[in-house]
Design a binder for this molecule. Structure first.
Ligand code: PLP
Length: 371
């Protein structure tokens, strides 16, 4: 993917906000609970490597990523702390994982049996975290029998495997009601009865569980979206700490024109001026992650809230200006402009999605600039 450095559209990432958010979270944890920074999906759109180093400087004890290539990128960049790949992977990847000191989620005895052969042949040792399915129906062991068989295999293959962790993931830790969360926690505890001794890491908490269900326990938390300053529950629960959003998305007016009554804007001529109006063109579109359904939402220009008129194009949007403004005037799509602010949550509300999707969706064409 080509990054558009010669265009004024950029995501500005405040790394000090990320550091402060980690410190805030660490203050909430029960010692000796560790914090692994979740930096998958290009650190939720904030940039994998700069965020990882900022998180490390702020005291992150390790990292979680979704896929092997994200882990390899962290290692290539010089990160030496523990890295856990949260997704399950084909057994053929075991030697690559082990050779790069990447721990991996495992949810089948089959994986262990197949991986053991190549690990043994290459004299490599793979760190594994057994995933337990307590209610997500995504990955993980579901029964004590299956789990016990995997644990037994790990105990008898200590040359090939380091049984480093065991974990589950909650489906509703961010919800108002806690029944399903309680059921999952109970199931997790039941499953753990066949694991003795426990491995180094026992972990269940994402941001939401660590903030609103501290009693869930575990000795490590997988801290994701709140590290970036956002409320995992959207509007449902109140954040117990003042996490600060780290990402702003800004651009500039690339063209400005006057249109007359009856003239239309954009593909499909979905907007027609009812009077003489000033229209500004902003160089960002759905190829940058600014969804087509953002038509009709607002951006900030010179302290004014300006509507996106006409369809969002692949690379450009058009906005209705309060008056003629110079080309080069700053446009804020996410972030603060003077006293005004547009949050990722507001963008998500407008697009009828969650802020996770808005941030991860800012494409790699948009350069990330770091403060
Ligand atoms: N743990 C797992 C297994 C995940 O899949 C995720 C994110 O989706 C996280 C932790 C981090 O969650 P959050 O960003 O809500 O803190």
């Amino acid at each position: 993917m080509v990054e558009a450095w010669h265009r004024p559209t950029e995501a500005i990432i405040d790394l000090s906000a990320i550091k402060e958010n980690i410190k805030l979270e660490k203050g909430l944890l029960k010692k000796p609970q560790q914090l692994f920074a979740v930096v998958k999906a290009n650190a939720y759109g904030h940039g994998l490597i700069p965020v990882a180093f900022a998180a490390q400087a702020a005291g992150a004890d390790g990292f979680c990523v979704a896929v092997i290539d994200e882990g390899l990128a962290l290692r290539r960049a010089g990160i030496t702390k523990p890295i856990l790949i949260l997704g399950v992977n084909p057994a053929a990847t075991a030697p690559l994982l082990a050779a790069n000191s990447l721990a991996v989620a495992v949810d089948s005895l089959e994986f262990l049996k197949q991986a053991a052969v190549s690990l043994h042949a290459q004299q490599l040792r793979l760190a594994v975290h057994l995933a337990l399915d307590t209610g997500m129906s995504r990955i993980g062991f579901k029964t004590t029998d299956d789990l016990a068989a995997a644990v037994d295999f790990l105990r008898t293959h200590t040359k090939e495997f380091d049984f480093q962790g065991i974990f589950t993931h909650f489906a509703t830790a961010d919800a108002a009601e806690a029944d399903y969360y309680q059921q999952q926690l109970k199931k997790f505890k039941q499953l753990l009865t066949v694991v003795d001794p426990l491995p180094t890491y026992v972990h269940v908490a994402n941001s939401a569980a660590s903030l609103w269900h501290q009693a869930c326990g575990g000795n490590m938390v997988r801290f994701g979206v709140s590290m970036y300053g956002l409320n995992p529950s959207g509007h449902v629960r109140k954040l117990p700490a003042a996490f600060k959003p780290a990402l702003s998305l800004v651009s500039e007016l690339a063209a400005v024109r006057e249109i007359q009554t009856g003239e239309s804007v954009g593909y499909g001529k979905t907007y027609t001026a009812q009077q003489t109006e000033w229209i500004g063109t902003v160089p960002l579109g759905y190829a940058d992650g600014w969804l087509r359904r953002m038509q009709g939402s607002k951006v900030l220009i010179n302290g004014h809230s300006c509507e996106i008129v006409g369809r969002v194009c692949m690379d450009q949007i058009m906005v209705r200006l309060p008056q003629r403004l110079p080309v080069g005037t700053k446009v804020t799509l996410i972030g603060k402009d003077g006293q005004q602010q547009i949050t990722a949550q507001q963008v998500a509300d407008y697009a009828q999605t969650i802020h996770y999707e808005i941030l991860c969706g800012i494409s790699e064409r948009v350069p990330r600039k770091y403060l």
